[in-house]
Design a protein around this ligand. Structure first.
Ligand code: HDD
Length: 692
C-alpha cells in the first residue's frame, strides 16, 4: 500500500539561547520575531472586549507586517517547480578530461535539483504540455556548479535577444490574462510560426516528451555545448545528458487533461512520495565529448542550441550517477529561494560561444536580484556553497557574512591577517580561446538549417508517437483563432514531413494546403533516424517506480490482494487501494484494509495500471457509481493493463468495454506475477485506438 506517513513537524528554529518550554507538553513557547514570549495569539489587544483595537499591540502589528510581505515575485519563467536534495557520485571517467573536483573518481558531491514547467504560474497544474526544467546545483569542493537544463536537448531560439518575445508570446495573452500554462493560443503559435528556428523544438514539445508521467521518468540535457578543461589547460567540448534509471515514460494527452483536474500536484506528489518511501530516483550523468575537428566536420554548428548531436554519432559516456534521497524541509526556504545560474561554473568547466548561453549568463544573476531582493542571496543556505567563501564583498540587504578583521580591500599590507588572496595555480582560469572579429549583429549562416533535425526527430519516432505529435499540433492549433496562423504553421510542417503536414491540415480542416514556408536552405538534408530520440523505443524493462490502483470492495479476495501487494513490492512498484469509502474494506478473510483513496478522488488516470478486485456483491454496488464508469473506461481508453477478478466482468459489461489481451485475470494468488510481468510494457498499445 502507498506509504503516506508524514514526518513529524521539524523542530522550531532556535537562534541559540534558551527556548522557553511550556509546562504542559514540552512544546516551545511561541515568541515574536524579537524573541518575546507570547501570551495570547488568538485575540488582538483592545480597549475592553468590545472596544477599539490598540496601536500598542506590537505582537499583532509585527505578525501582520510580516504576513503582508510574505510573497516574493515568482520566477518570470519556470515559476512552478519542485526540488529535492541528493548527491552526485563520480565514476572517475572524466578525470582525464576535466580538472573539476566533482569528477574525481568516487567523489560524492551534494546536489539540489529543481524540476519545473516553463510557462505556467506558481499555482498552475503539473501536467501542462510544456518543456520541463531540470536544474541541478552541485555543491562542489571548489564552488557551486549549476547545470541549468531542460528535459529537451534543444531550444526554441538561437539568440537570447528573442527570449523576452518568446516568453511574452507563450505566457497568458496580456489583454485577457489567459490561457494559463498553455501554448494553445494565437500569440504562441503566431510567434512560433514566424520563427523557423523553433521547428525542431516544436517537434519535441508536441511529442510525448511535453507531458511526462513523472520527473523521475524524464531525461535531462544541458542543451548547449560546454567545455571541459583538464589540468594542463586542454579543452574538450561536451554536451551533458541525464538518463533516468527508471526509464522514460509519458502520459497521453487525454490523461494529462484529467490528471490536472484530479491532482494538479501530480508530479510534486510523485517525487515527494517516492523519496518518502525510500525509492530514491536516480539518473546517470552522461557526456558526449568531441574536439574541434569533430565540430568542424559535423553537419551543424555545435554552437547552435537548436541542434543535437545524435548519440549514434557521438555516443553518450556515463561519468557518474545522481540520487535524490532527501525532501526539502521547507518549500519556500529551499525550492523557492534556490537560485540557479548558468554562469556558476568551477575550475575544469567552461563555456562555449553559443550565443544563447552567453545571454543566459547575464539573465540569471540579474533575475535573482529582483526575485530575492539582495545581492546577498548567496548567503541563503540553499544557495551558499559548502566550501569556504572568502572575499571582500560586504554589506547590502540581509548580509549574513561580512569579512572579519580590519582589511576589506586588497592589495593590503596586513600579511596573514589581511584576508584572502588570489591564486594563479588554484583559481578559475577561462580557457584562452583565441577570438577576434568584426562587431556585427548577425546570425551565422551555419545556424540556418531549421528543418533537417526537425524531420530527423519526427522520423525517429514510432508510428504511434508520430500520431501523438500530429494530434498535439491539431489540438494546439485548433485553439488558435486566426486561420492564417494555423496555415502558416502547416507551411512549416511541409518542410518537415509531408505526411505530418497532411494529417494536421486534415485535422484542422484547412480549406487548402498552403505552400511550404520559404526556407533559408532550399534543400533539407536527409538525416538518418536516431532510435534514441523515441520514448517508446527506450521504455523501461521493469515496472519499478510505477503504481497500480486496485479498486476493492468488501469481500475482496484476501489471497489475491496479499499476493498482488507482494508481487508489486518485489518489482519495486506500489499498490494503491481505491475503495468506495476512504475508511476502507474488509477482505474475504475478515481483515480490514484502510483505503488510500476514495473512488472519486482516485481515478484511474493517477495510476500506471489498474486492478479491479470487487467481490460479486461489491461489483453490483460499484456498477451503480458513476465514478466507476470513468475509472474503467479511462483505463481502457488510455491503454492501461487491467487486472481483474471474475466479478469485474459485470463492470466491463455495464461500461461497454471489450476485453483484450491487456486485460489480465487476477482470480488467484498465482495470477499476480503474470499481471506484473504484463505491466512492464506500461501500456497495451495494441488496443484499438480508443474513444477518448
Ligand atoms: Fe532559462 C530559469 C532552463 C534559456 C532566462 N531556465 C530557468 C530554469 C531552467 C532554465 C531550468 C529554472 C531554474 C530554477 O529551477 O530555478 N533556460 C533554460 C534552458 C535554456 C534557457 C535549458 C536554453 C537552453 N533562460 C534561457 C534564456 C534566457 C533565460 C535564453 C534569457 C536570456 N531562465 C532565465 C531567467 C530564469 C530562468 C529569466 C527565470 C528564473 C531564474 O532564471 O532563476 O533568468
Amino acid at each position: 500500500m502507498a506509504d503516506m506517513t508524514q514526518p513529524k513537524n521539524p523542530p522550531v528554529e532556535s537562534r541559540g539561547g534558551e527556548t522557553h518550554q511550556t509546562a504542559q507538553d514540552g512544546a516551545p513557547v511561541l515568541t515574536t520575531q524579537q524573541g518575546v514570549p507570547v501570551s495570547d495569539d488568538q485575540n488582538t489587544l483592545r480597549a475592553g472586549p468590545r472596544g477599539p483595537a490598540l496601536l500598542e499591540d506590537f505582537h499583532f502589528r509585527e505578525k501582520i507586517f510580516h504576513f503582508d510581505h510574505e510573497r516574493i515575485p515568482e520566477r518570470v519563467v519556470h515559476a512552478r517547480g519542485f526540488g529535492a536534495h541528493g548527491y552526485f557520485e563520480s565514476n572517475g571517467e572524466l578525470e582525464a578530461v576535466s580538472r573539476a573536483a566533482v569528477f574525481k573518481k568516487g567523489e560524492k558531491t551534494p546536489t539540489f535539483v529543481r524540476f519545473s514547467t516553463v510557462a505556467g504560474s506558481k499555482g498552475s497544474a503539473d501536467l501542462a504540455r510544456d518543456v520541463r526544467g531540470f536544474a541541478t546545483k552541485f555543491y562542489t569542493k571548489e564552488g557551486n556548479w549549476d547545470l541549468v537544463g531542460n528535459n529537451i536537448p534543444v531550444f526554441f531560439i538561437q539568440d537570447p535577444m528573442k527570449f523576452p518575445d518568446m516568453v511574452h508570446a507563450f505566457k497568458e495573452e496580456p489583454d485577457r490574462g489567459f490561457p494559463q500554462a498553455a501554448t494553445a493560443h494565437d500569440n504562441a503559435w503566431d510567434f512560433i510560426s514566424l520563427t523557423p528556428e523553433a521547428m525542431h523544438m516544436v517537434m519535441w514539445v508536441m511529442s510525448d516528451r511535453g507531458i511526462p508521467r513523472s520527473f523521475r521518468f524524464m531525461e535531462g540535457f544541458g542543451v548547449h555545448t560546454f567545455r571541459l578543461v583538464d589540468a594542463q589547460g586542454k579543452s574538450t567540448f561536451v554536451k551533458f545528458h541525464w538518463k533516468p534509471k527508471l526509464g522514460l515514460q509519458s502520459v497521453v494527452w487525454n490523461e494529462a487533461v484529467k490528471i490536472n483536474g484530479a491532482d494538479p500536484d501530480f508530479h510534486r506528489r510523485d517525487l515527494w512520495n517516492a523519496i518518502e518511501a525510500g525509492a530514491f530516483p536516480e539518473w546517470e550523468l552522461g557526456v558526449q565529448l568531441f574536439d574541434d575537428e569533430f565540430a568542424k566536420a559535423f553537419e551543424f554548428d555545435v554552437l547552435d542550441p537548436t541542434k543535437i548531436i545524435p548519440e549514434e554519432q557521438v555516443p553518450v559516456k556515463i561519468v557518474g550517477r545522481m540520487v535524490l534521497d532527501r525532501r526539502v524541509d521547507n518549500f519556500f526556504a529551499e525550492t523557492e529561494q534556490v537560485a540557479f545560474c548558468t554562469q556558476n561554473v568551477v575550475p575544469g568547466i567552461d563555456f562555449s560561444d553559443d550565443p544563447l548561453l552567453q545571454g543566459r549568463n547575464f539573465s540569471y544573476l540579474d533575475t535573482q536580484l529582483k526575485r530575492l531582493g539582495s545581492p546577498n542571496f548567496t548567503h541563503i543556505p540553499i544557495n551558499a556553497p559548502k566550501c569556504p567563501v572568502m572575499n571582500f564583498q560586504q554589506d547590502g540587504h540581509m548580509a549574513m557574512r561580512n569579512p572579519k578583521g580590519r582589511a576589506n580591500y586588497e592589495p593590503n599590507s596586513w600579511g596573514a591577517e589581511g584576508g584572502p588572496r588570489e591564486s594563479p595555480e588554484k583559481g578559475y582560469k577561462s580557457f584562452p580561446e583565441p577570438v577576434g572579429g568584426t562587431k556585427v549583429r548577425a546570425r551565422s549562416e551555419t545556424f540556418s538549417d531549421h528543418y533537417s533535425q526537425a524531420r530527423q526527430f519526427y522520423i525517429s519516432q514510432t508510428l504511434l508517437e508520430q500520431t501523438h505529435i500530429a494530434s498535439a499540433l491539431v489540438f494546439e492549433l485548433s485553439k488558435v483563432e486566426t486561420v492564417a496562423i494555423r496555415a502558416r504553421m502547416v507551411s512549416h510542417l511541409l518542410n518537415i514531413d509531408a505526411g505530418l503536414a497532411d494529417a494536421v491540415a486534415k485535422g484542422l480542416r484547412l480549406k487548402e494546403m498552403p505552400k511550404p514556408a520559404p526556407a533559408a536552405k532550399p534543400t533539407r538534408r536527409d538525416l538518418k533516424p536516431s532510435d534514441k530520440l523515441s520514448i517508446l523505443k527506450n521504455g523501461p524493462k521493469s515496472f519499478a517506480g510505477r503504481k497500480v490502483g486496485a479498486l476493492v470492495t468488501d469481500g475482496v479476495d484476501a489471497d489475491v490482494l496479499a499476493a498482488l501487494s507482494k508481487a508489486l513490492k518485489a518489482e519495486g512498484a506500489t499498490l494503491v487501494l481505491v475503495a468506495p469509502e476512504v475508511g476502507g474494506v474488509k477482505d474475504s478473510a475478515g481483515t480490514w484494509h484502510d483505503a488510500d483513496e476514495k473512488l472519486e478522488g482516485g481515478p484511474s488516470v493517477l495510476f500506471d495500471a489498474v486492478a479491479l478486485l470487487p467481490s460479486t456483491d461489491g461489483a453490483t454496488a460499484l456498477a451503480q457509481l458513476p465514478a466507476v464508469r470513468d475509472f474503467v473506461a479511462d483505463a481502457t481508453a488510455h491503454r492501461k493493463f487491467i487486472g481483474y477478478a471474475v466479478p469485474a466482468a459485470a463492470l466491463f459489461e455495464k461500461v461497454g468495454v471489450a476485453r483484450d489481451e491487456g486485460f489480465v485475470p487476477l482470480n488467484k494468488a498465482g495470477d499476480c506475477d503474470a499481471f506484473v510481468a504484463a505491466c512492464r510494457k506500461l501500456r497495451f498499445w495494441d488496443r484499438a485506438a480508443a474513444q477518448r
